[in-house]
Design a protein around this ligand. Structure first.
Ligand code: GAR
Length: 188
């Protein structure tokens, strides 16, 4: 069995796409890690009977609740699908090249602390970029850094708004994140 931890703390549209993509794989067991007890993602995964761990800052940074859970479940890959807190060093060290994040821009552009959600697309619009896209990368102790695994681009036209840019980027995320995750899982 390949045990995969999906970390999500918001709407969970990417988490759900990944879970749906692997629905027929009996060799994969997903766990959901979430830092908000009222996150929409927890509602969305209900039909899939996925065990979840809800945790707070202390569980991640001060005690070993999260790390112990990952070890107990023998997690092979951590997939950050809309998880915005920094990964603590002990978790990075316990999972070398086993933590991947998706970011809604072409890193290193438009990344870093505070760059998430619509803020990214507003910054892309304000900078008059001709293109934007997605980055899937291994995670380190810094926001939105770490070796890039995959990028995909889309055009930004002069009439695009942050909202229309967000839609284009989300199409790329939903298409590619499950496929890249599949490649990484198949290597485990
Ligand atoms: C996604 O767009 C993802 O790229 C972004 O959070 C969103 C989560 O959406 N992550 C970051 O900005 C990380 N810095 P979702 O909850 O609908 O999957």
């Amino acid at each position: 069995m390949k045990n995969i931890a999906i970390w999500a703390s918001g709407k969970g549209s990417n988490a759900l796409k990944i879970i749906e993509h692997f629905n027929n794989r009996t060799d994969i067991c997903f766990y959901l890690l979430c830092n908000k007890s009222n996150a929409l993602v927890l509602e969305k995964i209900k039909p899939y009977s996925i065990e979840n761990l809800i945790f707070d800052r202390a569980d991640l940074y001060e005690n070993n609740k999260v790390l112990d859970f990952l070890k107990e479940k023998q997690i092979g890959l951590n997939v950050l699908a809309g998880f915005l807190w920094l990964m603590p060093t002990p978790i990075i060290e316990a999972f070398p090249k086993r933590i991947v994040n998706i970011h809604p821009a072409l890193l290193p552009k438009f990344g870093g602390k505070g760059m998430y959600g619509m803020k990214v697309h507003e910054a892309v619009r304000a900078a008059n970029e001709a293109e934007t896209g997605i980055t899937i990368h291994y995670t380190d102790e810094h926001y939105d850094e770490g070796e890039v695994i995959f990028q995909a681009k889309c055009e930004v036209s002069p009439v695009d708004t942050p909202e229309t840019i967000a839609k284009k980027v989300q199409v790329l995320e939903h298409l590619h994140f499950p496929l890249v995750t599949e490649q990484l899982i198949n290597k485990l």
